[in-house]
Design a protein around this ligand. Structure first.
Ligand code: AMP
Ligand code: GLY
Length: 423
């Protein structure tokens, strides 16, 4: 069948790499894609929120399966757009319907969902400009650090963790009244701070049945020792060494099962990936957030561990037949190290030519922010490339990724050299 992937990052290159391995994949397209996807698929110059452009491409190219990478088009209702269109309604779409995508699109919606389904998460209350004064006095009753979350999508920047009460109160006002994060911070969720180590759990569901993928841990901060600004993710490891069978069982019983049951109970049509951001507090898992898509760079370590035919798995998901599938997992550990442009996540240069990409290596190079310029690969984003390796444990995987990175270069290239330091 002909397949279209929507998105342009390392996650989408990994989807393309995995789908292209299936004998069931005929022609593969990525919109808009990057220099990596161009090697194994046809890139289409269409933006992820250009639904009309996507429709034209789907019809022209006889596409039967659409895999949506990022959250934006999902929150904007791309799945519903397909279902409401005569020409598109029989096309399979991987990604939740608009209503269910609110789990990522609105933190308040996600918290209410967790409360309704008894899913462990931080205590919270939410406020708007009309209830600013209540929010300010609510903060003064809480203990530091204060966690303030813009309700809507804010490109990963909408969460503030502040030690000082006066500063937290001032920021609450900035978010609500001055719309610090635009419309996204018209509502702010204030949460209890949870102290622990984070990890992520990935589930593929057809809305009633599901399969679980290996867990992953990503490294969000730019600086070594988890310091400095937050990024989209500087690297990842899967599976997670500190997840014991007993802890995994708790995640399954207390979080995954009630989440999937919650979709049915709450009438939230969900055919796609659920990314559950978790924190381990003592020996117990709590949900930090839901995302309605795969993570990036977590995809770059999770998919290489899945042995199943990915077209078969996604087709079963779209048809509501996931109960027929069993997941087959590679027992090795996958690691990925993200190469970024110097300066990222603040201002950085683009258009730098990359060298060393044709080297012999045991790693897999998943392109993120790259573009083709004539026959050269140039940088076009902050996160440029994820270097993934498999090993008997995470140390061996990382050794391989770092050895591969020695051979790759571009002006200003940066990466974290301490992944796994906390494990
Ligand atoms: P979120 O966008 O909700 O995932 O939040 C971004 C990051 O903020 C998370 O990955 C955590 O590191 C941190 N965070 C969010 N909520 C909490 C919380 N209640 N307690 C501690 N850290 C949090
Ligand atoms: N790596 C975190 C995310 O994809 O949101």
């Amino acid at each position: 069948m002909n397949i279209l992937i929507i998105g342009a990052g390392g996650r989408e290159h990994t989807f393309a790499w995995k789908l292209a391995q299936s004998p069931k994949c005929n022609r593969l397209f990525v919109a808009p894609g990057n220099a990596g996807t161009a090697q194994i698929a046809t890139n289409l110059a269409i933006g992820v929120n250009d639904f009309q452009g996507i429709k034209t491409a789907v019809v022209e190219n006889d596409i039967e399966l659409v895999v949506v990478g990022p959250e934006d088009p999902l929150v904007n209702g791309i799945h519903d757009f397909f279902l409401n269109d005569e020409a598109l309604k029989s096309v399979m779409v991987i990604g939740p319907r608009e209503q269910a995508a609110q789990l990522e699109g609105s933190k308040e919606f996600a918290k209410e969902f967790m409360k309704a389904n008894n899913i462990p998460t931080a205590q919270y209350a939410s406020f708007t400009a009309d209830t600013l004064e209540e929010g300010i006095s609510f903060l003064s009753q809480m203990k530091a650090p204060y966690v303030l979350k813009a309700d809507g999508l804010a490109a990963g920047k909408g969460v503030l963790i502040i030690d000082d009460l006066t500063e937290a109160q001032a920021q609450l006002k900035e978010m609500l009244v001055d719309e610090k994060f635009g419309a996204a911070s018209k509502t702010v969720v204030i949460e209890e701070f949870l102290d622990g180590i984070e990890l992520s759990c990935f589930v593929l569901t057809d809305g009633k049945d599901f399969v679980t993928f290996p867990m992953a841990k990503d490294y969000k901060r730019i600086g070594e020792g988890d310091t400095g600004l937050n990024t989209g993710g500087m690297g990842a490891i899967s599976p997670v060494p500190f997840v014991t069978p007993a802890f995994e069982q708790k995640i399954h019983e207390r979080i995954v099962l009630p989440t999937i049951e919650g979709f049915e109970k709450g009438n939230l049509p969900f055919q796609g990936f659920v990314f559950i951001g978790l924190i381990k507090v003592g020996d117990d898992p709590f949900v930090i957030e839901y995302n309605v898509r795969m993570g990036d760079p977590e995809t770059e370590v999770v998919l290489p561990l899945i042995k199943n035919d990915f077209v078969e798995l996604l087709t079963a998901t779209a048809k509501g037949e996931l109960s027929t599938q069993t997941i087959d997992i590679d027992q090795r550990t996958a690691t990925t190290v993200m190469l970024v442009s110097g300066g990222y996540p603040e201002a950085y240069a683009k258009g730098k030519e990359m060298q060393g990409l044709t080297i012999e290596t045991n790693s897999i190079l998943f392109h993120a922010g790259t573009q083709l310029k004539e026959d050269k690969v140039i940088t076009s984003g902050g996160r440029v490339m994820a270097v993934t390796s498999l090993g008997s444990d995470f140390k061996e995987g990382l050794r391989q990724s770092y050895a591969t990175i020695e051979k790759i270069s571009f002006e200003g290239m940066d990466y974290r050299k301490d992944l796994g330091f906390d494990l």
